[in-house]
Design a protein around this ligand. Structure first.
Ligand code: C2E
Ligand code: CA
Ligand code: CA
Ligand code: CA
Length: 278
């Protein structure tokens, strides 16, 4: 919004200015939310094709005092841009590991894994390996039951550094999944250089699996690729039995989606686990 002379474009646009102000407010709120403890984790079960519970994925939520529940699709990108993802990601790791540690004392739950989403900026931070090691040590969670979910963007950005960080954590026993597989740009050659355990099939491919021949072909390809690299294939966004059966017949072994459970707050998750594990 500058004075524009003749023949120069004037960018004054009230709706744009409003969007900028809105964003600035959200950013200030995000800073405050960390201090006030407005974040919470929901947990979505991961099951095998027989319905046996294998673990959960931790998914962050922001309970904003005026706006209500804010989606991570809104606040995670903002947290990444502002660097607030570092303290937020640390809180997510600690909270998820604390729950994972509690399960170790219960025979019916001791096998469950905990998947935690890690953003690129957080993973690239020089202190990341130490941060994960500290979260495990402080909570007493077993490294072998922690699965970090990384996205393909990490591969393109700096493969050598990514592999080095993964190897360092792998040496502690931590496992890795490649999230949203097929939506990014990964070169298949990179895959075998990373200490991965799982490829996660994005819900955008699962959604129209039964009606869209190209989505079905992509999913088949991902499952075959996973098998040939000795990785587990995990499908997210499974909402119907038909999708589950199709995926299982194609060789997918791990499933997540509303068919089994929506993401649940910790107390509801415990009840859900009680019904499914005894
Ligand atoms: P994602 O890791 O791909 O997580 C899967 C998303 O699909 C979740 O959305 C989940 O609630 C949703 N979902 C699960 N099952 C179904 C289903 O059957 N149908 C449909 N339509 N959706 C399903 P959510 O919880 O809104 O999270 C969105 C994204 O935000 C996540 O995508 C992840 O990339 C990011 N995110 C969430 N929590 C964290 C976090 O703690 N740290 C980081 N870095 N990112 C996070
Ligand atoms: Ca994920
Ligand atoms: Ca994602
Ligand atoms: Ca996804």
């Amino acid at each position: 919004a500058k004075m524009a002379g003749r023949n120069t474009l004037c960018f004054f646009d009230p709706s744009m200015q409003q969007a900028v102000a809105e964003r600035a407010q959200l950013e200030a709120d995000l800073r405050e939310a960390l201090v006030q403890g407005e974040f919470l984790l929901m947990y979505q079960p991961v099951v095998d094709h027989g319905g046996h519970v294998l673990g959960v994925e931790a998914l962050a939520r922001w309970g904003h005092p005026q706006r209500g529940m804010v989606s991570p699709a809104t606040f995670i990108p903002l947290a990444e841009e502002t660097g607030l993802i570092l303290p937020l990601g640390r809180w997510v790791l600690h909270t998820a590991c604390a729950l994972l540690a509690r399960w170790q004392h219960e025979p019916a739950r001791a096998h469950l894994t905990m998947a935690v989403n890690v953003s690129s900026r957080q993973f690239r931070d020089v202190g990341f390996v130490q941060e994960v090691v500290r979260a495990l040590a402080e909570t007493g969670a077993p490294a072998s039951h922690l699965k970090l979910e990384l996205t393909e963007s990490l591969l393109v950005e700096d493969l050598l550094q990514t592999v080095a960080t993964m190897e360092a954590l792998r040496a502690h026993g931590v496992g890795f999944s490649l999230d949203d597989f097929g939506t990014g740009y990964s070169s298949l050659a990179y895959l075998k250089r990373m200490p991965l355990a799982q490829l996660k099939i994005d819900q955008s491919f699962v959604r129209d699996l039964l009606g869209d021949a190209s989505d079905a072909a992509i999913v088949r390809t991902i499952i075959a690729l996973a098998a040939s690299l000795d990785l587990q294939a995990i499908a997210e966004g499974v909402e119907s039995e038909q999708q589950r059966d199709w995926l299982a017949a194609a060789g997918c072994t791990h499933f997540q989606g509303y068919l089994f459970s929506r993401p649940l707050p910790a107390d509801s998750l415990e009840q859900w686990l009680g019904r499914h594990l005894g």
